[in-house]
Design a protein around this ligand. Structure first.
Ligand code: 2PG
Ligand code: MG
Length: 428
């Protein structure tokens, strides 16, 4: 056993220049673990609540109270505990907070501490975090889902769809998928610049585009894949995060860019038409977080062709995943540790998804940092997909680069890279 002898909170800054919580844990054998809480912009109502100070300074976003909770109550509760007993640590955190949404101590405080503890336990075992999680199991790198254009809440609503992403079903390794995506990213930027439609980059590093319609983004992405020399679909395919909660009001879906509003049925038909017309393999949050009926019928309509992913809809909750499976809503789950607040509950959601036969995708948030924990979670837990935003900005590249290090260290001992059997439409 390696006991926790010190725990400190620290206010650091995220990729949007906003304050966030870092936690650092020291063990009696000298091991240290550290983690930084990320933050969403298009958050689900069912997520763990970050503790923010409110008031005027830093637009109310400061986290001094959350840091104070780490240094005070949480520190006292965890001192002397075995860092390797992650479940016990997390149960202590959950009980200490005492609220269903982690709002008393803050989801940001809890997730930073929970992850820091995991890092400390891995360091104490003198193992990389992914290996500490995998034990003797062989592992593979996850297939990256990489954003090319950013919209929605990450680009002031310039387009309604939040993420236009690519995946590479034809790539033979994580490294090759990154290389192919880089070519597509350059090609997409070149096309936008030529059209005078390039407005910089959005929160996750994808281009901030000036499209006339949401569909133009999909068509432009196909053209960019071709410009980069790849076969759309077989080599490089498309994933969308519609993040539809963001434009759902009064029972309808409002596409501001196109100045029209759609019923759930009309939105489903529009997306189904896109799925027929373009090489789309995955659609995330196609409907609002509480529109279960629409999610069910859409999954019935297209679930045999594409991944229907629940993010705001499932908020990394094992209970919600089980309920959705019973209802036939979605067939894949986005996994974000800070949506639920602790490592153990995040793992519970992965296991619930697996038991239901649902796909799993570990995901970063739109507000990120140099912290690369999620890459290790994906590899160590055997999660076959990883979504980290785009192919620029160092808080994103830190994660892709960490994946490259892990892939290199696995060498020939790795399980086969899963891309070619992952997506129903382009399975080889
Ligand atoms: C999402 C994430 C990441 P946010 O919706 O999947 O793209 O965004 O962190 O703002 O919730
Ligand atoms: Mg999402």
């Amino acid at each position: 056993m390696a006991a926790i002898v010190e725990l400190r909170g620290r206010r650091v800054w995220d990729s949007r220049g906003r304050p966030t919580v870092e936690a650092e844990i020291a063990l009696d054998d000298g091991a240290i673990g550290r983690a930084i809480a990320p933050a969403g912009a298009s958050t689900g109502a069912g997520e763990a609540h970050d503790k923010r100070d409110g008031g005027k300074s830093l637009r109310g976003l400061d986290v001094r109270h959350a840091v104070h909770a780490v240094d005070g109550e949480i520190r006292i509760a965890l001192l002397g505990k075995d860092a390797a007993a992650q479940r016990e640590i997390d149960d202590t955190l959950i009980a200490l907070d005492g609220t269903p949404d982690k709002s008393r101590l803050g989801g940001n405080a809890l997730v930073a501490v929970s992850l820091a503890c995991l890092h400390a336990a891995a360091a104490s075992a003198r193992q990389p975090l992914w290996r500490h999680l995998a034990g003797d199991r062989r592992v593979a790198l996850p297939v990256p889902e990489i954003q090319i254009y950013g919209g929605g809440a990450h680009a002031r609503g310039r387009v309604d769809i939040q993420d236009y992403l690519v995946v590479c079903p034809g790539a033979g390794s994580f490294a090759e998928a990154l290389e192919w995506t880089a070519e597509v990213y350059y090609a997409a930027g070149g096309r936008l610049a030529k059209k005078g439609a390039l407005g910089g980059v959005a929160d996750e590093g994808g281009y901030w585009p000036a499209f006339k319609s949401n569909e133009e983004g999909v068509a432009e992405l196909v053209a960019s894949i071709e410009d980069a020399g790849f076969k759309p679909g077989e080599d490089v395919a498309i994933a969308l995060d519609v993040a539809a909660t963001q434009f759902y009001r009064g029972g309808r879906y409002h596409l501001a860019l196109e100045n029209r509003s759609l019923s759930a049925e009309q939105l489903a038909l529009m997306l189904a038409r896109w799925i027929d017309a373009y090489p789309i393999v995955s659609v995330e949050d196609p409907f609002a977080e509480n529109d279960t009926a629409a999610m069910q019928s859409f999954t019935r309509l297209v679930g045999d062709k594409v991944q229907v992913v629940g993010d705001d809809f499932l908020v990394t909750s094992a209970a919600r995943v089980r309920a959705a499976a019973a209802q036939g809503a979605c067939n894949a789950v986005l996994i974000k540790p800070n949506q639920v607040g602790t490592v153990s509950e995040t793992h519970d959601a992965v296991l619930a998804a697996r038991a239901a036969g649902y796909g799993t995708i570990v995901s970063a948030r739109s507000g990120e940092s140099e912290d690369t924990s999620i890459v290790h979670l994906a590899v160590g837990w055997g999660v076959p997909e990883l979504k980290v935003g785009s192919f620029s900005r160092s808080e994103r590249m830190a994660k892709w680069n960490e994946g490259l290090r892990i892939e290199q260290s696995l060498g020939a001992g790795a399980l086969p890279y899963p891309a070619r059997r992952l997506f129903k439409r382009y399975r080889r």
